[in-house]
Design a protein around this ligand. Structure first.
Ligand SMILES: Cc1cc2nc3c(=O)[nH]c(=O)nc-3n(C[C@H](O)[C@H](O)[C@H](O)COP(=O)(O)O)c2cc1C
Length: 336
C-alpha cells in the first residue's frame, strides 16, 4: 500500500457523542459509515421515548448502523426488528438503518453488572444465541449484522470468541484492542487484531467476515498499523471528538488541509445549533458543553471559555461565547 491511498474509516459508537449532528459532520469529512450511540434493547421494546430518540437518523448522514445492547436473545431480536421495521413510537429515519451492531464491548459497571456489554465475552453461549437471533432478523430485512467486542475480559479471548460469532452468522467484527480490565487505558494493542484475524480465517469456511480495527486511531500512520495487521478498515473513537477533520486526513493523507480557525468555529456552532434544533434548547446546550470542550482543548483561553459555556443558559449566549473566542491562528493568536 502506498502512503497516498485512502484509509477507510468509520465513526465508532460513543454514547453522548455520536448523535445525528456529529455523524453528519464526520460523514461530510470522509467517515465511510457511522455507528449510533448504544440503544437499550429492553427500553426500546418498552416504547421508551428517550431511547427512541437515540435511533434517529437525520438528513445528510453517512450510512448509519444502529447499535443495541442487552442480554436476552429474544429481546435483542425484537429490538432489532423494531429498529429495522421502523415500527416503534418516535421512529424518525431520513434513510433506513444500514445495519445492526451488537455491543459486546461496553466496560461500564452498570452495564456489565447486568451481564450486558463486555460481560457477554464471559458468556460465549449467550453471546452466540444473541448473535444468531439478531442475525435472523437482519436476514429478513437484508442488512448486515456486526458485533463490537474487546480483546477479552482480562486476557485475549477474542480469537475464540470471534469464531463463535462467525458460526452465528455475523458479517462484521469490530475489535477494540483493549481488554475490559484495561477500560480505555493503556494503549491499544493492534497485534490482537492480527491474532484474532488469523484465528477467524481458520473458521470462516469460505465466508468472508469483515474486520474493523479500533483503538487509538488518531492519524494516517496509526490507521495503517491496523490495515497492516489485515483489518479491512478502522473505527475512530475519541480522536474524532474534537477533530472530525481526521476523517479528511484519512481519506486523503497527502492532500488534506488542516482545519482553518473559521472551520473549527463553524463546526462547533453547527453542532450546538443542530443539537438544540433536534433536542430542544436546554438539552442541546447541556450536551454541547463537553463536545465544544473537545474542540478547544489545549488552546489558549480554553479553560475560561469552558467555564463560561458551562454557565451559559441560552443558545444565544452559548453561540456568542464561541463567536468571540479567538482560535489559534486568528489575529496573531499562537498555536495550541
Ligand atoms: C465517551 C465514550 C462513549 C462510548 N460509547 C460507546 C458505545 O455506546 N458503544 C460502544 O460499542 N463503544 C462505545 N465507546 C467505545 C468506543 O467506541 C471505542 O471502542 C473506544 O473509545 C476505543 O477507541 P478510541 O481509542 O479510538 O477512542 C465509547 C467510548 C467513549 C470514550
Amino acid at each position: 500500500m502506498t502512503n497516498t491511498s485512502s484509509l477507510p474509516a468509520s465513526l465508532a459508537p460513543m454514547a453522548g457523542y455520536t448523535d445525528s449532528a456529529f455523524r453528519r459532520i464526520c460523514g461530510e469529512l470522509g467517515a465511510v459509515y457511522a455507528v449510533s450511540e448504544m440503544i437499550s434493547a429492553e427500553a426500546l421494546t418498552r416504547s421508551d421515548r428517550e431511547t427512541a430518540e437515540l435511533s434517529k437518523i437525520g438528513e445528510g448522514e453517512p450510512p448509519v448502523v444502529l447499535q443495541i445492547f442487552g442480554r436476552d436473545p429474544g429481546v435483542m431480536a425484537r429490538a432489532a426488528d423494531l429498529l429495522l421495521s421502523g415500527n416503534y413510537p418516535g421512529c424518525s429515519y431520513a434513510a433506513p438503518p444500514a445495519g445492526i451492531d451488537i455491543n459486546m464491548g461496553c466496560p461500564v459497571r452498570k452495564i456489565v453488572s447486568n451481564g450486558e456489554g463486555s460481560a457477554l465475552m464471559l458468556d460465549p453461549d449467550r453471546a452466540e444465541r444473541i448473535a444468531a437471533a439478531v442475525k435472523e432478523v437482519c436476514l429478513k430485512y437484508g442488512v448486515p449484522l456486526s458485533v463490537k467486542i474487546r480483546m477479552g475480559w482480562d486476557s485475549l479471548t477474542a480469537p475464540e470468541f470471534s469464531k463463535i460469532l462467525a458460526r452465528a452468522g455475523v458479517d462484521r467484527i469490530t475489535l477494540h484492542c483493549r481488554t475490559r480490565a484495561q477500560m480505555y487505558m493503556p494503549s491499544a494493542d493492534p497485534e490482537a487484531a492480527r491474532i484474532t484475524l488469523s484465528a477467524l480465517r481458520e473458521e470462516e469456511c469460505g465466508r468472508r467476515i469483515l474486520f474493523t480495527g479500533n483503538g487509538d486511531v488518531c492519524s494516517p500512520e496509526s490507521a495503517r498499523v491496523y490495515l497492516g495487521m489485515g483489518c479491512g478498515d478502522v473505527a475512530v473513537g475519541r480522536a474524532a471528538l474534537g477533530d472530525p477533520w481526521l476523517f479528511r486526513r484519512l481519506k486523503d493523507p497527502e492532500n488534506a488541509a488542516p482545519p482553518t480557525p473559521a472551520e473549527i468555529r463553524e463546526t462547533v456552532i453547527r453542532l450546538v445549533e443542530e443539537s438544540a434544533r433536534e433536542k430542544g434548547e436546554i438539552r442541546g446546550i447541556r450536551e454541547s458543553r463537553s463536545r465544544a470542550a473537545y474542540f478547544i482543548r489545549g488552546m489558549r483561553g480554553s479553560a475560561a471559555l469552558r467555564d463560561k459555556l458551562n454557565r451559559a443558559e441560552s443558545l444565544k449566549e452559548f453561540l456568542r461565547l464561541v463567536e468571540e473566542f479567538r482560535f489559534p491562528g486568528e489575529l496573531g493568536v499562537a498555536g495550541r
